[in-house]
Write a protein that binds this ligand. Sequence first.
Ligand code: NAD
Length: 349
Amino acid sequence: MANTWLTGALAEPRPENLLYLGRPDVVRCLEGIDVVATVRDALIRHHAGETVLPSEAYLSWHNSRGAYTRSIGMPGAVAGSYGMKIINASVSNPALGMERAGGLGLCFDRETARVVAVMEVGLLSAVRTASVTAVALEATGYGDPASLAVVGCGTQARVHLALLLSRHGGIRSVALHDTRTASAEALAADSAARYPGVGFTVAGTAAEAMNGAEVVLFLTTVSEGYVEPEWVTPGSVLVHVSLADLTDDALLGAAALYVDDIALIAENPRRPLGRLINEGRIATTPSAGRPAITATLGELLTTGSVPARPDDGYVIVNPFGLGVLDVALFHAVHRRAAETGAGQRLPVF
Ligand code: NAD
């Protein structure tokens, strides 16, 4: 039976369209945006209470290959800009020649709440996350590193290296480790061609990569902690982007622990730091005699004081990932697209 009952049921609406930006459009727009400044500003606004960050919606399943597969919905508002990130991923995607994570970034119109722009988000997500790392290194006293270790050499690692090597001319050595050695070797070869003044080595284990490195980036897909405190070089900073690499002992043993948002971490006990907070083993504010979160990145940036590096101990940065930072970037990209005419208008009605 034909569905003719809908014909004429609604009045003819006013024409509407939205802007679609695929990855090449996003790349072109990003060339005209200071992404680190955008993310830094959004972190400061978050600390000042000028953001709205609802809980994430999280849906996970196992696909026909038995691989962990998930969808995360992250709405947010920052300084009057509203939007949402939908970031989906399956750990079996790389075996199919696909990036593990992908999805869409949406910009909402403030007055009508309509979705006015939709953009490819896999790259933007990595750019946002690498920008948080860049801001965190500067805010915690590691703004001029000479040596770097990268554990996990996928999309995040590639974007992190590109951003950090473009900002920190003092980096002389980068040790790369991945359980898929070919990924570390490919990243080392590509990076050596782009940055001839930097020495890239491939390490057989995470402990070997971390040995002597001032800054260690964890960018893996593990779900069980494996990094022991004994592996950590005194005075170094561990940026725990992948959130599950550090054992409880490594998390509990930090001299200082910085996060992006305490509430978001505490409401996600499936991640180790959230679990330790819920178990009462890590306090959410500095507290005598108990490991504690030292400060949020927004707090550090707002006070403007850069903490001294520990001589013997080590520092952890545990950035959960704030949707409001993505929303800030989506709107920066949308504004840039409006200025340059990038993207494609898709009719809605
Ligand atoms: P990816 O799949 O492209 O790369 C992950 C790499 O890690 C792969 O090359 C894999 O072989 C390697 N790996 C897996 N287990 C390893 C181990 N034990 N030791 C060494 N290498 C290992 O993933 P991606 O897109 O680069 O994302 C990396 C991680 O960053 C993911 O866990 C993702 O959830 C996380 N992430 C965090 C945030 C945040 O804000 N905290 C934001 C985005 C992504």
